[in-house]
Design a protein around this ligand. Structure first.
Ligand SMILES: C[S@@+](CC[C@H](N)C(=O)[O-])C[C@H]1O[C@@H](n2cnc3c(N)ncnc32)[C@H](O)[C@@H]1O
Length: 488
């Protein structure tokens, strides 16, 4: 139940929000909070912001009202196969181990995507299982996606996504597991859709583990990019409940930016190539050997022994069905010259009112909602205030591509490359666009640039603006496709 807020005004409203849904709004996010509350006020039937906040401060919100409010205050940003190294750890190590442990007993696997937003994470998990378990029909698979935002869940249940949800995901994923509906929309195939169920759950409800909502004895829990918006107090309570919802030896996965050895001290951190996952266990994971920390997150203080998978081969062979690569959407790389740029960025930083990360989050939020024009406007404003923000040029190019404005998208990527000629994702995207346009010679140039730049990266180096793609993985995407198209 909500406690009566001690504060008044926006500070008081923040207390109400924290008490009812865990979310923490520091003062530097109050502009955004005010904007979102103003939109929510209209749905609650209030014309004036002050009347709405007064009402929020003076009433005990009901569950349905919290859900509505949540749909305005939460960030629903998500996409398929987010943070590739996590999915590699899953398909190469964790699932094979789990399958081997369970194959002679009850063949069941239970996975929970807590804070699943519009469902891309839950379906990615289903795809990972489908690729890893050869006799999947003999298994009882439960993949549960839960979220507090009812609008996000409606989209999740539809299983229909625009190209935006496939940004940064491997090319085979859309080709093998989705059906093109036209108009740039793709529907997840029934064999994957049937593996996933969705339900509404507020993580602050203290309603798990519980048999009544089927949240107990999970083998794996993904709770990524959710707790980062919560207060420390809620993170501690919820992570305790998540811990108790796992089977012994079960896995708990947060995003790489949420890793924190103190917050999640009840778990053991296990280091995989490019990713750290938490395990509920005191024992050593049998197929891994203890080695010093390596790779990703060197600075991360890891509790207890750091273990890493054996580098040679996993104990159990991984079944990966043949993948159907999409025609490599790589295009020509013209090294960007000053003349290529329609607008030359000024080499000077104008004062920024909000950090670029916050602006970029908002832009993604808008794009995620399908509000591409608004996203583009905000992106342009962001670039205006920080003309060196490579990420924003890159993000703008994705939005422009989505809007079908390819030449503008190309110009935006070239601006990013102008700022950093070694910007690998920029060359990659230009290569992709050239391929889509059938300009093979140009595609070859851009992709060759990518190969050259990758040759000076460590295998597990995460490429900037790639949302977790490692250099090695990028190579695996590009090489076969370049060979196929005789671009090498
Ligand atoms: C940024 S999305 C993360 C989606 C996905 N896990 C990923 O990493 O791609 C965060 C989601 O957490 C949900 N969320 C926030 N607070 C919540 C709460 N108290 N209970 C349940 N879900 C919550 C939001 O509705 C939103 O859909």
């Amino acid at each position: 139940m909500n406690q009566k807020p001690k504060e008044t005004g926006l500070a008081g409203v923040c207390e109400v929000i924290t008490a009812s849904m865990g979310l923490h709004f520091p003062v530097d996010r109050w502009n955004m909070l005010t904007r979102n509350l103003t939109m929510a006020a209209a749905e609650f039937g209030f014309q004036h912001f002050d009347e709405f906040t007064h009402w929020l401060l003076s009433s005990d919100l009901e569950k349905e009202q919290i859900k509505i409010l949540a749909s305005y205050l939460t960030i629903s940003e998500t996409y398929f196969w987010r943070e590739e190294p996590v999915f590699s750890a899953l398909t190469n190590y964790i699932l094979p181990e789990l399958i081997a442990l369970k194959k002679n007993g009850e063949k069941s696997i239970r996975i929970w995507s807590a804070g699943c937003s519009t469902g891309e994470e839950a379906y990615s998990l289903a795809i990972a299982l489908h690729r890893t378990i050869p006799d999947i029909k003999d298994w009882q698979i439960m993949i549960l996606g839960t979220d507090m935002n009812p609008k996000a869940l409606i989209k999740a249940e539809s299983g229909i996504y625009s190209r935006w949800s496939f940004r940064n995901c491997p090319v085979w994923l859309k080709a093998n597991y989705f059906h093109h509906l036209g108009n740039g929309n793709y529907e997840v195939l029934p064999k994957i859709k049937n593996m996933v169920t969705f339900s509404n759950l507020n993580l602050t409800d203290n309603s798990f583990p519980s048999l009544t909502n089927n949240i107990y004895a999970m083998d794996i829990i993904f709770c990524r990019n959710v707790l980062m918006y919560f207060t420390d107090e809620w993170i501690s309570k919820i992570s305790q409940n998540l811990f108790h919802s796992l089977n012994p030896d079960g896995w708990f996965v947060v995003s790489s930016c949420e890793l924190n050895s103190q917050r999640f001290s009840q778990f053991r951190a296990v280091n995989f190539p490019g990713a750290v996952l938490y395990q509920k266990s005191d024992k050593k994971f049998k197929s891994f050997k203890v080695v010093p920390a390596f790779g990703y997150n060197h600075d991360l203080p890891l509790p207890g022994p750091v273990v890493r998978p054996e580098t040679s081969e996993t104990k159990y062979p991984v079944f990966i069905p043949e993948i159907l690569p999409e025609p490599v959407q790589v295009s020509s790389i013209l090294w960007a010259t000053e003349n290529d740029l329609t607008v030359k960025p000024e080499p000077e930083v104008v004062s920024v009112t909000e950090p670029i990360e916050a602006i970029s989050l908002k832009i993604r939020f808008l794009a995620n909602k399908g509000d591409l024009s608004e996203a583009l406007l905000l992106c342009n404003e962001g670039i205006e205030s920080d003309k060196l923000a490579i990420g924003l040029y890159f993000l703008r190019s994705s939005i422009l591509q989505e809007l079908g404005q390819t030449s503008e998208a190309v110009a935006s990527v070239k601006q990013a490359i102008y700022l950093d000629p070694d910007f690998i994702m920029g060359h990659f995207v230009l290569g992709n666009i050239s391929l889509q346009e059938g300009k093979l010679r140009q595609a070859k140039k851009y992709l060759t640039n990518v190969l050259d730049l990758l040759s000076s990266c460590a295998d597990d180096e995460i490429l900037p603006e790639s949302e977790g793609l490692s250099a090695k993985y990028m190579l695996e995407i590009i090489l076969p496709n370049m060979q196929k198209l005789t671009l090498l």
